[in-house]
Design a protein around this ligand. Structure first.
Ligand code: GLA
Length: 373
């Protein structure tokens, strides 16, 4: 091949790579303090599409195929950045610095007691009044053979929302050609701190806004869960699921026992609990959900020790988005995490991070379909 030809071939290859793999970026409007935020559309070769905004790192929509190859948006979400800024269901959001609750907004670290702002009755929930879900993240797109990536970075300054240490959080979303959405978390600090990072996507595998999720079949790979008190704070017990509505080791309809006469279900208004995964911190299947009418299957893999299974019990029709009204139990979340309120429970896996350490974690949402039974 002569040089001129080589140049043409390389130019064509370059153009091809740029056209097939460029991530679409478009404006999503401005935050109330005037900062411009964007929508990034990650696509794969099969036609899956995931739209993410760098406001809160929120997954705004997720299009996945059913068993006939028909795509639908299966993630609940809003139309405007103002809705994400004002409303509180945490649709699709990145959660930090501390996911789920801290009792009384208090924790003790190195002998010092910290009081962080409370925003859920007496407790701090999902990072406090202005958690990571309400922050503008720096964003950078890239594509390679493994898929399309959105790299997000946020510096949570020392003292922000009462937490010690400058925490650098890096979250990378990757959509690959195996229909997996992968989330890689990385964090470092310059002072001892606590952290619990997760993603709060609400799924409805029938399609967002298509009614409740009670017919979905769920499996959670856990022999134990962490029961809660009246304020949804873990009592500290790791309770066997055996013989309770929390035994989801074999697939069962979400609605099969959700209304059982069970104290824990009453406290949670349904499922809103942390399961102690059997996977021992190794990357493996934590949960699997099958939607029988469409055949859509979601498998959640993680290296985290716990998963919060929340059945949208606080949704009440107030939240509306993407042409739909989100009513009671119209979505479910599978939030991979460390256990809620860990800093106040020495028997739970530690959530402390020290200078020089790297917090690294991965969660994968894997989509597939099931044949009609
Ligand atoms: C988590 C909590 C729930 C609720 C939702 C957000 O899943 O465990 O109790 O606060 O977030 O609405």
């Amino acid at each position: 091949m002569n040089l001129a030809r080589l140049v043409v071939v390389l130019a064509l290859m370059f153009t091809f790579v740029m056209t097939v793999s460029a991530i679409d970026k478009k404006p999503f409007g401005k935050t109330s303090d005037g900062r411009e935020v964007f929508l990034y559309t990650l696509k794969n070769q099969n036609g899956m599409e995931v739209v993410i905004t760098n406001f809160g790192g929120d997954v705004v929509s997720m299009k996945a195929p059913d068993r006939d190859g028909k795509y639908a948006d299966i993630a609940l979400g809003f139309d405007t950045v103002a809705d994400y800024e004002k409303q509180g269901p945490y649709f699709g959001a990145l959660i930090g610095r501390y996911g789920n609750r801290l009792a009384g907004g208090k924790f003790t670290l190195d002998g010092k007691t910290y009081q962080v702002p409370t925003n859920d009755g007496p407790n701090a929930l999902h990072g406090g009044k202005v958690g990571f879900d309400k922050r503008v993240w720096d964003a950078k797109e890239s594509s390679d053979a493994s898929g399309q990536h959105l790299h997000l970075h946020y510096l949570s300054k020392d003292g922000e929302e009462g937490f010690p240490g400058n925490l650098n959080a890096d979250v990378t979303y990757t959509l690959d050609n195996k229909n997996e959405l992968r989330i890689d978390y990385l964090a470092t600090t310059d002072k001892d701190t606590v952290l619990n990072l997760t993603n709060h996507t609400y799924f409805n595998l029938k399609g967002q806004g298509e009614g409740d999720i009670l017919e979905h079949q769920i499996m959670i790979n856990a022999d134990r869960f962490t029961p809660v008190d009246a304020h949804l704070i873990p009592t500290g017990e790791l309770k066997p699921v055996e013989g309770t509505p929390f035994d989801l080791r074999k697939a069962v309809a979400i609605g099969a026992h959700i209304n059982d006469d069970n104290e824990q279900l009453k406290l949670g208004r349904g499922y809103d609990h942390n399961w102690v995964l059997n996977t021992g911190g190794k990357m493996a299947t934590a949960a699997k959900v099958v939607e029988p009418t469409t055949g859509r299957v979601l498998e959640v893999l993680t290296d985290q020790p716990g998963i919060q299974f929340y059945t949208g019990n606080f949704l009440d029709g107030t939240a509306k988005g993407k042409g739909k009204v989100y009513n009671y139990r119209n979505g479910f979340c599978l939030e991979t995490q460390h256990f809620p309120d860990s800093p106040n429970h020495p028997n739970f896996p530690t959530t402390e991070l020290k200078p020089g350490q790297k917090f690294k974690s991965t969660t994968i949402y894997r989509f597939s379909t099931d044949k009609k039974k």
